[in-house]
Structure formats: structure tokens, C-alpha cells
Design a protein around this ligand. Structure first.
Ligand SMILES: Cc1cc2nc3c(=O)[nH]c(=O)nc-3n(C[C@H](O)[C@H](O)[C@H](O)COP(=O)(O)OP(=O)(O)OC[C@H]3O[C@@H](n4cnc5c(N)ncnc54)[C@H](O)[C@@H]3O)c2cc1C
Length: 429
């Protein structure tokens, strides 16, 4: 039994709030929750211990966001769980600053999260929440057993990798590797560096997978993307305007159709590839050509993969291109085809009490709470699920502490935190 889990006969503990998921979103909320003392939040996470996309920690991977965008600083820079405090108290600060990173290593951010998690009380790992029900409180279950009751609930479950349906039974094959686990499985790939390997995906994750394979010396890589080019992340000051609390305040009150259109229009501010990553890939590829007389990686945008079958020992992919159908063979396929929200584990009865719009999507209010039957009595907040309600900023770490502050203000029914975002030169329509 995981540590801290009450034995079967123990009374079920009651908390003000239960949070499912201790990723950056849940940790930020728990870090700031202290202002509501004596009210308490308890966090549960399925992982065995602290970790953040650990199967994608390839050598050299960097944050796509600046280091000041930590769990707390943009709201409360004096908070003890700031990244700066982590750097100073662990003795790293001079070495890190001196190393002149444009953007800090993801490994650093992961270690920062682990350091912060160790200081957050009532955080239990190895506990996958498999059911949530409601009676006069919200009841959270693991392994079919109630483990906590609470007045309020926060779903901070993040996202899971999407494996396209055309893989069918091949999904179970060890020849198909989901990007999420490539760092763990890269050692299983063939020793033959000429083995054909295809990477599918047009975002940062696919670029990092391609880079990891190049780094291992593979020289028969094909990188396939759906867009007409492997588009860079848009990170200009104009794009950064969209990642401010003031923009979010404007965004949430727009009609749903407008919000949907804006998300599509602004996609590359979130889903593009860091220019530095692209540059590294092109440079390594160029050098490979100088050394070996051929590019180790063929860059293949403008292709939509629609089918995959086993052909002898290899996987055959069917791609649609503007020039017609194309078939590609690979010994291994690495899939970085986007992510989906993790499913919310409400039991059937509770699920029926959750309001949904005409598309069947949950309705997220401005304070990140779900609209549901008992929202006056028991609030349910969702983190990182509001791309279409709060904008693209909701799916990354840019303004985590601001989201935490809005939720805490809502729970307190007063302005515990003052969110300041002034000096705005842009006037939204
Ligand atoms: C490789 C990669 C790199 C990224 N880099 C950046 C970046 O540099 N900057 C940026 O802004 N964004 C980045 N992102 C986006 C990133 O996902 C989010 O910014 C961030 O992880 C969101 O945090 P989260 O807490 O919402 O979700 P997650 O980090 O996914 O955490 C969710 C947690 O919930 C737990 N969980 C889920 N379901 C259950 C359950 N039923 N029971 C118990 N626990 C559960 C999971 O174990 C997990 O620990 C990156 C994403 C990926 C995949």
C-alpha cells in the first residue's frame, strides 16, 4: 500500500479541497493554498513520485517558457517555492546564470518541481484516482475504495498522448513508440544505425524525438508532419501579449465562436517548434551530410498519415499528400501526434450532473469551475482543460499562479490575491 494511504478500517479523511494530479498546475495551487489556512488541500497523483514528462527528457531539451514563469513568482515573488529560491537554496544559482542558457533545461524545471513537491504537505503519490462520486460531499476513490471526502475538487490531470486510430492492433506492437516514452525506450532501438525510423508529428515533441534519434547516430530517419512546413513557435512580444492575465480576462467573456476562431488563429504561439530546436536539427542534419554524403534525416512536411499495417518485419505507413498517396516503410515508428485531456473519473451518476454544451463539452466558468448541479455547494475546478474557454495560455505554465489565484479567490469568495497586469499598450477589440 502506498505511504500515507489510510488502512481499510480508518475513517475517511475530510479536506476542504482534494486535488487530482500533482503536475505543475496542481503544485502551483497547493503552494498558494496556504493563504486559506486552516482550510487544507490534499493532492493525489498516480505517479510513483515527482516527475514531469520524464519519458521525454532527452539530452539537451529546454523549457519553452522563461524561468520566471514558475509555480508562484508572477503572483507572489516572495513565496518560498519560487524557482529563484530553489536555485539559491540548492547552491545552483551562479552556475546556472553563468551557463547563459537562453532557456533553462527541462531537467532543471523537473528538479525544481520535485524540490517544491517535497515541501507541499498532504501530497500522496502512487494513487491513481479511478472514481469520483458525490453524496453530501465529494468522494474520491483509488482502487475502488474511498480515500478522501472533500467540499471542493480540483482536476489537474493534465493530458495524455494521442495514438491515432489507424494504428489499430499495431498500437500494442513494440515497433510503435509513443513519444512520451521514447527517452525510456530509445535503448531498445536496433544497433543498426541504418534502420529506417519514421517520426510522426509536427510539434515540439516530434522535433525533440527526431533530435534524440539523430543524437544517437541514426541516419535513416524520416520526419513526417501534416502542416506544409515544420512551423516555429511564435514567441514575439505581440504573441506574448496573448499570455497575459489581461488578455485572458478579455478572452473569457467573448462568445464561444470567437474564442474558437482565436484559438485556431493563435495556435503557433503554443504548438510551434522552438526556433533553437529547429536550428539544431537542421545544423546536425547538414553536418551529417558533410560527413556521410547524405542527410541522416529526410524532412517530410505536408503529409497526413492515414494508415499503418505490418509488412513483413516492417511497418508500412500510408500518407496522403498533395501529389497523391505515398507509402513509407519503417522498422520503428515514433508517434508524437498531439495530446488529449485526461478523462475525468466521475462515476456515471455524477457525470450526469455535469452541464455540457451542444458539443458535449463541459462548461468552464471564468473562475475555472465546472457548471454542474451542486456548484453552489461543492465547486469543481479544472486546470489545463480550458483552451477554448480561457485561451491557449491554459495549456501551458505561463500564468499558472494567476490561475491558482483566481481559484483561491473563488474558494474564499473574496479577493485574497490581487492580480496585477498593468502597462498594457495593446487595446483588444
Ligand atoms: C514534453 C513536454 C514539454 C512541455 N514543455 C512545456 C514548457 O516548456 N512550457 C510550458 O508552458 N508548457 C510545456 N508543456 C505543456 C505542459 O503539459 C503543461 O505546461 C504542464 O505539464 C501542465 O501541467 P499540468 O499539471 O496541467 O499537467 P501534467 O504536467 O500532465 O500533470 C498532470 C498530473 O496528473 C496526474 N494524474 C492524471 N490523472 C490522474 C488520476 N486519475 N489520478 C491521479 N493522478 C492523475 C498525472 O500523473 C500527472 O502527474 C510541455 C508538455 C510536454 C508534453
Amino acid at each position: 500500500m502506498p505511504e500515507n494511504r489510510p488502512p481499510d478500517s480508518a475513517p475517511i479523511p475530510f479536506y476542504d479541497t482534494v486535488g487530482i494530479g500533482a503536475g505543475p498546475a496542481g503544485l502551483s495551487l497547493a503552494a498558494l493554498f496556504g493563504v486559506l489556512a486552516p482550510r487544507e488541500i490534499a493532492l493525489f497523483d498516480a505517479q510513483a513520485g515527482p516527475g514531469w514528462h520524464s519519458g521525454m527528457l532527452h539530452p539537451g531539451v529546454r523549457m519553452q517558457t522563461g524561468w520566471v514563469k514558475d509555480l508562484v513568482s508572477l503572483l507572489d515573488p516572495t513565496h518560498p517555492l519560487s524557482l529563484l529560491n530553489y536555485l539559491v537554496t540548492t547552491g545552483k544559482v551562479y552556475a546556472l546564470v553563468g551557463a547563459n542558457f537562453d532557456s533553462i533545461p527541462r531537467l532543471e524545471y523537473t528538479q525544481y518541481l520535485a524540490w517544491a513537491a517535497a515541501q507541499i504537505p498532504r501530497l500522496t503519490y502512487s494513487t491513481r484516482i479511478d472514481k469520483i462520486s458525490v453524496d453530501d460531499a465529494i468522494v474520491t476513490y483509488a482502487e475502488g475504495r474511498p480515500i478522501a471526502r472533500s467540499e471542493h475538487l480540483v482536476l489537474g490531470q493534465g493530458t495524455v498522448a494521442h495514438l491515432p486510430e489507424f494504428f489499430g492492433d499495431l498500437a500494442a506492437s513494440d515497433r510503435v513508440i509513443v513519444a512520451d516514452v521514447l527517452a525510456d525506450r530509445i535503448g531498445e532501438l536496433p544497433a543498426d544505425l541504418d534502420a529506417p525510423i519514421v517520426v510522426i508529428g509536427g510539434g515540439q515533441t516530434s522535433a525533440e524525438c527526431a533530435g534524440a534519434l539523430l543524437g544517437r547516430g541514426y541516419r535513416n530517419i524520416r520526419w513526417i508532419g501534416r502542416r506544409s512546413w515544420f512551423a516555429p513557435l511564435e514567441d514575439s512580444p505581440a504573441a506574448n501579449d496573448l499570455y497575459r492575465p489581461s488578455y485572458q480576462e478579455y478572452f473569457v467573456q467573448l462568445p464561444a465562436e470567437d474564442r474558437k476562431r482565436l484559438v485556431a488563429d493563435q495556435l503557433l504561439t503554443s504548438d510551434g517548434i522552438t526556433p533553437g530546436t529547429l536550428r539544431d536539427l537542421y545544423q546536425v542534419n547538414y553536418e551529417g551530410r558533410l560527413r556521410e554524403g547524405r542527410f541522416p534525416m529526410t524532412i517530410m512536411p505536408g503529409r497526413e498519415v492515414t494508415g499503418a499495417t505490418m509488412a513483413g518485419d516492417e511497418i508500412e505507413l500510408v500518407c496522403q499528400t498533395s501529389g497523391g498517396e505515398e507509402r513509407l516503410r519503417a522498422a520503428y515508428v515514433v508517434v508524437a501526434a498531439g495530446r488529449r485531456n485526461a478523462p475525468m473519473p466521475f462515476d456515471e451518476e455524477m457525470d450526469e450532473l455535469i452541464d455540457r454544451d451542444d458539443n458535449g463539452d463541459v462548461i468552464i466558468e471564468a473562475d475555472y469551475s465546472l457548471r454542474w448541479k451542486y456548484s453552489d455547494r461543492n465547486k469543481i475546478f479544472v486546470l489545463n482543460r480550458g483552451r477554448f474557454s480561457h485561451g491557449l495560455v491554459d495549456s501551458n505554465v505561463s500564468i499558472l499562479p494567476i490561475r491558482s489565484a483566481i481559484i483561491i479567490n473563488s474558494l474564499a469568495e473574496r479577493k485574497v490575491f490581487n492580480i496585477r497586469d498593468e502597462y498594457l499598450s495593446t487595446q483588444w477589440a
